[in-house]
Design a binder for this molecule. Structure first.
Ligand code: UT7
Length: 329
């Protein structure tokens, strides 16, 4: 799709908590081993937000402050904040207004967007539209999740996977480089395979939901695994095709970090060498909406103006999709 007015990522920020939970500590919590976790997921350790006084808004503010410091932009210049999360501070009120307040985004409006592990890509697409329409000049997108607050640390199917963190990007108008195209999809038939059953309007909190552990993440890992590989491969291929790109044209692939075996399989399907695929799951685990912006933050020194990036994600819902962008303003 050709656009005249593009949105480009012009600054990046990130935050991970200092507390490390490594596989050897998890060995003491559930029946698992470092070898199993490393060989089945690629994860060595993840970060945990320990302080009970702090939550998602705290990490989002930290990532935004890092971004503002890197860009030299005053917080009052920001027009809007799109905050992708599945772990808001509270069910109500939304978290974005708290973040705007605490980060000093005094002239911004902001809202939460929940698309699970695909949240950052959905938020990026939404924010890009605000720039492309000409309505806004500076929009921040944050992907942030405090997964440790919704994980059952007696469930070895889930507790080995997730970590906490936040990544932020600034979008500004651009003529040539920027977010060129998105292919985003949903498949509601997948909703039962990765979910928190209790606490929503369908199954509100009660003594019963608490006793059943329905306030924790539950997943059918195998089904999610297979669907993730197929969906990330298919949306990436379709996106490349409709932009007349060969996979060799892509400089960097930035996949959602859920499992190294998923990332390897998608790279293999797309025939992209792993040297072009950015991976930090070993250090941060699956931080849900934060994985892609945390990768952009972690590896930003690698990107040169004109580099072509392919981002791809898959998450609960199912939600999934891919984005093609050209780095630089
Ligand atoms: O961001 C999107 C959300 N999530 C994902 O994308 C996650 C997708 N799924 C996965 O990453 C993988 O399915 C898991 C890592 C969750 C599980 O790996 P798997 O290779 O699919 O293992 P499995 O569920 O097929 O289990 C294989 C065996 C089972 O034992 P049996 O039945 O063969 O005796 C499990 O009970 O491994 C056992 N197992 C474990 N063993 C040691 C499952 N979890 C563990 C564990 N430690 N933590």
């Amino acid at each position: 799709m050709v656009r005249n007015n593009l949105a480009a990522i012009t600054a990046v920020g990130g935050y991970v908590p200092s507390t490390i939970l490594d596989n050897y500590q998890i060995e003491k919590m559930v029946d698992t081993s470092n070898e199993w976790i490393l060989s089945r997921t690629g994860i060595k350790e993840r970060r945990i937000l320990k302080d009970p006084e702090k939550a998602t808004s705290y990490m989002a503010v930290e990532a935004i402050q890092d971004l503002l410091k890197n860009s030299g932009i005053d917080p009052s210049e920001i027009d809007c904040l799109v905050l992708a999360t599945s772990t808001p501070d509270k069910m109500l009120a939304p978290t974005a207004p708290t973040v705007c307040e605490k980060a000093g985004l005094v002239n911004a409006w902001g809202f939460d967007l929940n698309a699970a592990c695909s949240g950052f890509l959905y938020a990026l697409s939404t924010a890009a539209s605000l720039i492309e329409s000409g309505r806004h000049k500076k929009v921040i997108v944050v992907g942030v999740d405090t997964m440790s607050r919704i994980i059952d640390y007696t469930d070895r199917n889930t507790c080995i996977l997730f970590g906490d963190g936040a990544g932020a990007v600034l979008l500004e108008p651009s003529q040539n480089s920027g977010l060129k195209d998105f292919l985003l999809k949903t498949d509601g038939k997948g909703s039962e395979f990765l979910s928190i059953a209790g606490g929503g309007s369908l199954n509100p909190f009660s003594k019963d939901t608490l006793e059943k552990g329905d306030h924790y993440v539950k997943q059918d890992g195998k089904t999610v695994f297979k669907n993730a590989i197929a969906a990330m491969t298919a949306t990436s291929e379709e996106l490349l095709n409709r932009n007349n790109l060969d996979v060799a044209d892509i400089n960097w692939v930035v996949p959602h970090q859920a499992n190294l075996r998923i990332i390897n399989a998608v790279a293999n399907n797309l025939k992209v060498p792993m040297e072009k695929v950015l991976v930090n799951i070993d250090r941060f685990g699956n931080t849900t909406a934060a994985t892609i912006p945390l990768c952009l933050w972690d590896f930003q020194k690698k990107f040169k103006t004109g580099d072509k990036l392919l981002l791809t994600a898959f998450g609960a819902g199912f939600t999934f999709g891919s984005c093609y962008l050209v780095w630089g303003k």
